[in-house]
Ligand binder design. Sequence first.
Ligand SMILES: [Zn+2]
Length: 421
Amino acid sequence: MRQTLLPDLVVDAHRVSSGVAITVEHGRLAAVGPAIDGERLSGRALAPGFVNDHSHAFQRGLRGAVEQMEPSQPRDDFWTWRERMYSLAGGLGPSSIREVSRRCYGEMLSAGYTSVTEVHYVHQRPEGTPYEDPNALAKAVALAAEDTGIRLLLLPVAYARDGLPRFRDPSVQAFLQRVDAIREWSEGRPLVEVGVGAHSVRAVPRGWLEEIGRYARRNDLPVHIHADEQQREIEECLAEHGMRPIELLARTGFLGTRTTIIHATHAGGRELDLLSQHGASVCACPTTEGNLGDGFLPAGKILERNLRLSVGSDSHVRIDPFEELREIETNARRLSGQRNVLITGNETSPTPYLLRAGWGSTGLQAGDPADFIEIDLANPALAGVEASNLPSALVFGAGSGVVAGTWVDGRKVYDRGDTSG
Ligand SMILES: [Zn+2]
């Protein structure tokens, strides 16, 4: 089925256009260009959907529940938060992980995310033995994505030591066999792609990093890992390996053009240089990093090196892509004492850089998957904003409440169902 939509405006990272229609066919954008007819979307601007590049969907279950001290823990930090997250993870089963993931992904669609990268590490039964289907929990998460209609990049991630028994695999071979099996299962599921990952240098030894890096390259898969989120992790890595986490990843062959480093909060200049040399990316999760007290992303150094940047809502303390992007620039301003900090090339505003990080593209283009959002131009947050200022108003002055509809694979999968006009 072919459908042509004619909104008031189409937003990309550099400009806002009127009189532009988008034509959707077989899940793709068949055409984006000038048009005078089509299905009128009055009071709406269309923009690319946001990519949520880092999620642990089940952690949505902690929303609001971990914002007070435990009397037994006078100092609350990442590590005490992790104990509470473990106790949530300990109680999950196939149906409860599907339910919490469905809730999480439904909220993402309502906030304007059209795809999500799920970093999945709860693999086994609570006591650590495999389910009858060793991928039962990963499949439950994938089915939740299909239930809601969000596009999913599912990354089973390896966990070798520490954590809970149910996170761990007995060997890297056993882990990769499960990845093979779920890759095969995902074939013919248009919304589900499978990659691979390792949890962190804390949880995975050197030999596993080498094997997983090799497997990802051989199969041309995206591969993600948490690194440099916490100082303690860096100290432990220095003690064990005599080098910092990203140096270890370079040494073990883990870095490549399809590698994404999650957080990189405390990455040093040499580590960022290594990412640049290997063409690897960084995924920032500012609302989670703020909530956990991790620190500030070295955003200026990432930009200087032209590293590819994406954002994720990680623990889902908040699900709002506008806020994630705004936080990156706002933190850079707090750290530098300046305004309009994250500027690339000839640009004069950080807005295009931030939107490209959020969308993974510069705008809606023919041939791309038909994943896009409808923005309600009558929303109070956008009242009185000139069309040409709309991109910056979205990044600096708006939130997920401006999203009126979300389309994935050419289908409208979220409709706010009212108008504020
Ligand atoms: Zn994470």
